[in-house]
Design a protein around this ligand. Structure first.
Ligand code: NAP
Length: 527
């Protein structure tokens, strides 16, 4: 049952006077539960509690933390009210709910599995070498950075929100989490928070390992980012939100790492042969990728560069028709819809041609494909910004040199996709290289939507796709964002973390005196 209150560790608290309700985007009606925005005192309580919980949580064993993550997944799977609340608050359908829930719970389970393998500890041991005069015994491993604040995005109420990738990776790293609940789905957020709290109780996790705070305005998030007890932030959302909070985090007396995953245009490039061979199939694939769930994906293809050829006109018409054939869908909320309508209609005025599926339903986004040429693209900064919704721009370029110019003008991207036949690869080598410099994930003959959760995934990219291109926000390596290296010099075995003791009691891979020395114990000189 929903309470509308803040979860400060195990305590429910609603002492503030600012309240709000979530809105069903399909009907425009307010939902029943009244949510209490967190006050400054509640923000302080959650942050101080997380700071107190940190050393206790760090000292839990890897197995105990893995059990906690699995218990969260089980509690989410068992929550009976979640599906209805998710659909009511987001306008997304039950199929999407099931896909997102299983992605979220599989993600939690994959972190549980991963931490037990121990690679992430990056255990490194350099024993004292008496023969070269270096007497220090130095050992290093990765440890949790401290309490982490998580901001979820509106478009993934589960997978990028309360128990999404940022929360799972921070908890896996042994960092307590304070979630700034998204005001567009606070009910979904509270039900997931309840699942996390139940799991924490079941697995005897320390009080304060998780808190969930409601907010209507930006101020709660701003207070959290600036709180001295907070040591890192995971953010998923818009460029404007991510950049504003990033600036706050670096201006603190103690600057902290701020990992923002933001918007992207995800350029796609079509060679001449790609437009002529299997063109119907490609047009359909792209149309689905652009319009699925009202185009509300950070990996939606927002730009399609086409090298002009005899088949271009037919391909563009076919893509436009496929896009118009897709049903318009309800957008996540009035703010996102208004923003979409404003930006897409401004851009449509600048194109040479547009395919638009009009809609009479007031909550729907309108599937739109705009056609421009390379010079239009280069001279219009507006076309270089994400349009969040079912919208894409075809940039028709007279020759490959113009495509290169356009790519050079692009900002950092989550993904870059190139469609060409194998025999064309040599011709497009320069393009592959240019796109790689701008992108976190390179795709050959595919679509960028559909982000697989696995160890080899990079979900991030050069700014402004993310604020730190060295990390991924998806996949088990996402936890590296919330770890820091700690070295131990001449430490007695009894004081060392388990992963660094002479005996490899965790049975993990370790680097010993410069060599990967899988699963063995430390052999000292003369032993
Ligand atoms: P959003 O408006 O930026 O909201 C995300 C969170 O940031 C919310 O909790 C919001 O709080 C907070 N926020 C936004 N601006 C703020 C500010 N100036 N100061 C303090 N807090 C602020 O984004 P959204 O509409 O939820 O999500 C859509 C965007 O997310 C799209 O651009 C999409 O591409 C991107 N996205 C990226 C990824 C990725 O992995 N790269 C994944 C999913 C979505 P309030 O709501 O309280 O304002």
């Amino acid at each position: 049952m929903l309470t509308g209150k803040n979860y400060i560790g195990l305590n429910l608290s609603g002492t503030g006077t600012t309240t709000f309700q979530s809105i069903n985007p399909s009907s425009g009606e307010s939902l029943a539960t009244v949510f209490f925005e967190a006050t400054q005192e509640e923000v302080d309580q959650a942050c101080v509690l997380a700071e107190t919980a940190f050393p206790l949580f760090q000292s839990t064993s890897i197995g105990e933390r893995a059990n906690f993550l699995v218990a969260i997944a089980e509690e989410i799977d068992a929550s009976m009210e979640l599906e209805e609340m998710y659909c009511l608050e987001s306008g997304l359908d039950t199929t999407r709910f099931r896909v997102e829930r299983s992605r979220t719970t599989n993600q939690l389970r994959s972190f549980a599995d991963h931490i037990q393998k121990g690679y992430w500890l990056e255990a490194s041991i350099d024993t004292a070498q008496s023969n070269n005069g270096l007497q220090q015994d130095l050992r290093r491993c990765m440890e949790g950075i401290g309490p982490v604040v998580v901001f979820g995005a509106s478009n993934f109420p589960l997978a990028y929100s309360t128990a999404g990738g940022d929360t799972a990776s921070a908890l896996a790293a042994g960092c307590p989490v304070i979630v700034k609940s998204h005001p567009m789905h606070p009910g979904t957020g509270e039900l997931v928070a309840q699942a996390i709290i139940r799991a924490a109780k079941r697995t005897n996790m320390p009080e304060g390992v998780f808190s969930n705070l409601n907010s209507l305005s930006f101020t709660t998030g701003q207070k959290l980012v600036q709180h001295p007890s907070v040591k890192a932030v995971g953010f998923t959302g818009s460029y404007s939100g991510g950049k504003a909070l990033f600036d706050l985090s670096v201006r603190r007396d103690e600057p902290i790492p701020f990992f923002a995953e933001m918007g992207s245009l995800n350029p796609v490039f079509l060679s001449k042969q790609a437009q002529s061979l299997n063109s119907e199939e490609l047009a359909e694939k792209l149309a689905i990728s652009i319009t699925n769930d009202a185009g509300q994906f950070c990996t939606k293809p927002g730009l399609i560069f086409i090298e002009a050829c005899i088949d271009s006109e037919e391909f563009i018409n076919s893509l436009g028709e496929h896009i118009m054939a897709k049903t318009n869908k309800t957008m996540l909320g009035a703010g996102i819809l208004n923003n979409f309508r404003r930006t897409s209609s401004d851009l449509v005025k600048l194109g040479t041609e547009a395919f638009v599926r009009e809609s009479t339903d007031k909550g729907h986004g309108t599937n739109t494909l705009l056609v421009v040429n390379g010079n239009d693209f280069l001279s219009n900064p507006q076309m270089h910004e994400e349009v969040f919704g079912p919208f894409s721009i075809v940039v028709l370029c007279s020759e490959i040199g113009m495509i290169h110019k356009c790519v050079r003008s692009l900002k950092g991207q989550l993904t870059g996709t190139i469609h060409c036949e194998k025999e064309e690869i040599e011709k497009y080598k320069g393009l592959f290289e240019l796109v790689r410099q701008k992108s976190g994930r390179m795709i050959y003959n595919g679509v960028p939507t559909g982000v697989r959760v696995c160890g080899s995934m990079t979900h991030g990219g050069p700014f402004p796709a993310s604020t730190d291109p060295r990390f991924t926000a998806v996949g088990v390596d996402a936890m590296r964002r919330f770890l820091r290296p700690v070295s131990y010099q001449n430490y007695p075995d009894i004081l060392l973390p388990d992963c660094l003791k002479d005996k490899n009691i965790l049975s993990i891979p370790r680097r010993i005196n410069g060599e990967m020395n899988n699963y063995s114990d430390v052999q000292k000189n003369g032993e």
